[in-house]
Design a protein around this ligand. Sequence first.
Ligand code: FES
Length: 117
Amino acid sequence: MNWIQVGFLSDIPRQGSRVIRTAQGEIALFRSIDDEVFALDDRCPHKGGPLSQGIVHGKKVTCPLHSWVISLETGEAILPDKGCAHRHQVRVAHGAVFIEVVERVKSEKRMQSHAEN
Ligand code: FES
């Protein structure tokens, strides 16, 4: 596996998110209250809402547009809604955040701030 560093844990507010731009689109990094980090495409499986602007609670995020709840662990919508946001492998080492690189991903390593809700 190839991993690229996309920032630091301290860049992501607890129960908040940051967005990184890649050649494959925007990826939202979420940080839970207990400092777990998750990475999903920043597109809700319902109608493409920006999940990074949703409310993080536990290991889920509520989409800001129509309030679907998405699992940060799997990207799956919580029943009764159905759909899945693409999930990316992420790890944290010594305070740095890495995502797994797939062939076409080229990180510009630009993080955009989205305020904690
Ligand atoms: S676009 Fe996310 S719930 Fe509709």
